[in-house]
Design a protein around this ligand. Structure first.
Ligand code: BGC
Length: 745
């Protein structure tokens, strides 16, 4: 196709009046030709400028490049990511990546991406640092919540849909952090020792899906792999390396100062863009391309002129491919200035975005326990006489006379105490800290949403701290007590809470959450626990009979309050699934964070290979408290009719799911594949999922197509994907353990 031009008219409310826009996308080939023409017209200084950040202090965005105005090339605005537009005004605080994963919904993940894309575009942001596609190798890893959990397949699908969504709005997605970047301690210098097969099947796999989604850029990470910094690794970045051999056509950007050594070493290895364009003494990296480094390398011949041109062409190609050369809004904010010409405070959130953020937050809430019973009032309930009372969820508003809302996590944080990295030590936890945090500007806390919903229909006793005695006093004698607890983490640069250096120290709830829950449950036999956390927490209290329901709500973003009200009161039938396992000990996960705060050449051994999370637990016969893929509903589903057939290169798996309960709901059927004996694979690996909305009594046929690669393992000898010979097992279920149908091929 000459110009495969597709005219997309994108209405961007409410600022469409300002910049109603249409944009023209091009094929990779056409965009690359245009980029090559522009490159040919540039001076060497202009070329280096396109490849180099303007320094942190000089940037409007998280990172800016140098413009080439005479050729119509603006300063690119590069911005975090990945839970929306990084804190700013007038944007939506989206559910985090791990919550997007909990929905197991390609539709919702893509819609989230598209809506974030609208907001980015409205702010004039060309490149978004997201999605994060780092596996949650250890549940305590500080940034695990930014991406889609420990499973490579789920991470790949989450990344794929996010990228397609973002780029449908003409904004470039930059998948990060490539790769094996899974803990915050020593993140600047640690070396991840990863074998080749695990690199392909685990830490590289999600990025293969990014490439298949036509991702514009990929960020190389801070860490080293097997001794080599990722940003200077030919094995990862060169024309015959991992990314390019898998068809990557965009460009590689450094994480902030993640290039080390010499400019030529990095440029020749396959790095294209350096950010933020200055040396960082803390990590002893960055500033190699800047300050004459890249130019000198070209002049002295250590980087060829052809390579320099290739780098520039690669950076400019996505710009032209996504039509950013025409009609793209001017960058209209400044991260480092409160006033000035850039700060137009344009509101890019819309009522539709808020509704979608709320829907995703509800869809990501995982109902872990629900003892739905109807009993005579117990001794604590003096008001009901012979009336019957409901326990568990959903709560019927009209049946509750008095209730309690308990826990620091239920209340709005004092925003004035949070910094721009969202370090909020107190108040509800809606997102983790660091560069991946998002806006709290419009956050609606659970306690406020509950009281707005309940109105005068019930008396609410609140104890919005984690004081266990005060919590128990509020809960005693109540028809229901909602207890909100949390656990949090974030990026290494944010180090004030618990002095934890980003990664969590353990899997306990924060601020004595366990004691709070137990004190409340001791006095209220309808205690409902809501957990806001960045990842798994220990839940030894889950079997307490007075705890009638548990909702794991993750890090749900600004609509945390209204979204949980919908779930608790049955306006949204829970459908979220755990994107990780919740086990009873840290040892059950089989990996460890290497806690070392010195910046030395630390080695992190990925000895677990392919066996993360549920894969490790199944292998070692460890039964988690709540398993991967698990989540209850207010209705029930039945499975039948498994059929396996061939269609060209695909294995096609079909089965039927029926809503056999009494309310409408959505089921998340999952396909796990058992590879032939001797293949070295875990017992079961996720290879498909769907979200199936079903009215009462209705059924649908679900189809999952397994590609050749879905059935392959990485062969380190031939360096190819190969389908192992032997019998494959197909497991269809409602979680990794709740298998309803099995078959073979
Ligand atoms: C983080 C990246 C982020 C960058 C720019 C780094 O510290 O690791 O994820 O995109 O800062 O803010």
């Amino acid at each position: 196709m000459a110009l495969s031009q597709l005219r997309l008219t994108v209405l961007l409310l409410p600022y469409f009046i300002l910049c109603a826009t249409a944009f023209t996308t091009r094929s990779w080939q056409a965009a690359s030709q245009l980029a090559a023409q522009k490159t040919a017209a540039m001076t060497i200084d202009e070329k280096v400028g396109v490849l180099t950040g303007v320094t942190m202090a000089g940037s409007r965005c998280n990172g800016d490049t140098h413009p080439v105005a005479r050729l119509g090339i603006p300063a690119l605005c590069l911005m975090d990511g990945p839970a929306g537009v990084r804190p700013g005004t007038g944007v939506t605080g989206w559910p985090s990546g791990i919550n997007a994963a909990s929905t197991f919904s390609r539709r919702l993940i893509r819609e989230r991406g598209a809506a974030i894309g609208d907001e980015l575009r409205g702010k004039g942001i060309h490149v978004w640092f997201g999605p994060a596609q780092d596996l949650m190798r250890n549940p305590k890893g500080g940034r695990g919540w930014e991406s889609f959990g420990p499973d490579p397949y789920l991470n790949g699908e989450g990344g794929y849909e996010t990228i397609v969504g973002i780029q449908s709005r003409g904004v470039q997605a930059c998948a990060k952090h490539f790769t094996a970047n899974n803990q915050e301690h020593n993140r600047y210098n640690g070396s991840s020792t990863v074998d080749d097969r695990s690199l392909w099947e685990m830490y590289g796999y999600p990025f293969l899906r990014s490439i298949e989604a036509d991702v514009s850029a990929i960020m190389c990470s801070f860490n080293r792999i097997n001794g080599t910094f990722t940003c200077s690794s030919p094995k990862l970045l060169s024309d015959t390396g991992f990314l390019r051999s898998n068809g990557f056509k965009g460009y590689v950007i450094t994480d902030w100062g993640a290039d080390h050594g010499f400019a030529a070493e990095n440029a020749n290895a396959g790095l294209e863009m350096e950010q933020p364009g200055e040396y960082d003494p803390q990590l002893e990296g960055g500033g190699l391309f800047a300050n004459g480094g890249l130019k000198d390398s070209v002049l002295n011949g250590t980087v060829s002129a052809a390579r320099l041109d290739e780098m520039v062409k690669r950076v400019l190609t996505p710009f032209y491919r996504l039509g950013q050369d025409s009609g793209f809004p001017e960058t209209n904010f400044h991260t480092q200035q409160t006033g000035g010409p850039y700060n137009q405070n344009i509101v890019v959130r819309t009522p539709q975005h808020v509704a979608l953020a709320k829907e995703i937050a509800s869809a990501s809430a995982v109902l872990l326990k629900n003892v739905r019973t109807i009993r005579r009032p117990g001794q604590w309930y003096g008001n009901g006489g012979q009336n019957q009372r409901e326990y568990g969820l959903p709560v019927t508003k009209s049946k509750i006379a008095n209730m309690a809302v308990i826990g620091e996590d239920a209340k709005l944080m004092d925003r004035s105490l949070c910094n721009s990295l969202n370090e909020c030590t107190l108040g509800t936890m809606s997102v983790g800290w660091g560069s991946g945090a998002n806006s709290l500007e419009f956050l609606v806390a659970p306690a406020d949403a509950i009281s707005a919903y309940v109105g005068t229909s019930a008396t609410i006793a609140s104890s919005l701290s984690n004081d266990a005695a005060a919590g128990a006093a509020a809960a005693a004698g109540k028809d229901v007590a909602f207890v909100f607890v949390n656990a949090m983490s974030g990026e290494w640069i944010v180090d004030i809470v618990h002095d934890q250096g980003g990664d969590r120290n353990d899997l306990e709830l924060y601020y004595n959450g366990k004691e709070l829950i137990e004190s409340v449950a001791a006095v209220c036999n309808n205690t409902i626990v809501i957990v806001h956390s960045v990842g798994p927490v220990l839940m030894p209290w889950s079997t307490n009979p007075n705890i009638t329901a548990i909702v794991y709500a993750g890090a749900p973003g600004e609509q945390t309050g209204p979204s949980i009200v919908d779930v608790l009161y049955g306006h949204y039938n829970p459908r979220g699934r755990l994107p990780f396992s919740i086990a009873d000990s840290e040892a059950a996960y089989g990996t460890e964070i290497v806690y070392d705060k010195t910046i030395g050449p630390l080695t992190i051994d990925y000895t677990e290979g392919l066996f993360l999370d549920y894969r490790y637990m199944e292998q070692n016969n460890i039964t988690p408290r709540f398993e991967f893929g698990f989540g209850l509903s207010y209705t029930a589903f039945s499975y039948s009719n498994l059929q396996i057939s061939n269609q060209g290169p695909f294995k096609v798996i079909k089965f039927k799911v029926r809503n056999s309960g009494s309310v409408d709901g959505t089921e998340i059927p999952q396909l796990y594949l058992g590879f032939p004996n001797g293949s070295g694979e875990p017992k079961k690996v996720l290879r498909g999922f769907s979200d199936v909305g079903l009215t009462v009594g209705s059924s649908k046929t679900v189809e999952v197509k397994l590609s050749v690669r879905d059935r392959s393992i990485w062969d380190v000898v031939t360096q190819k994907w190969v389908v192992p010979s032997g019998q494959f097992k197909v497991y269809i279920g409602a979680s990794i353990k709740d298998i309803r149908l099995t078959g073979t091929f």
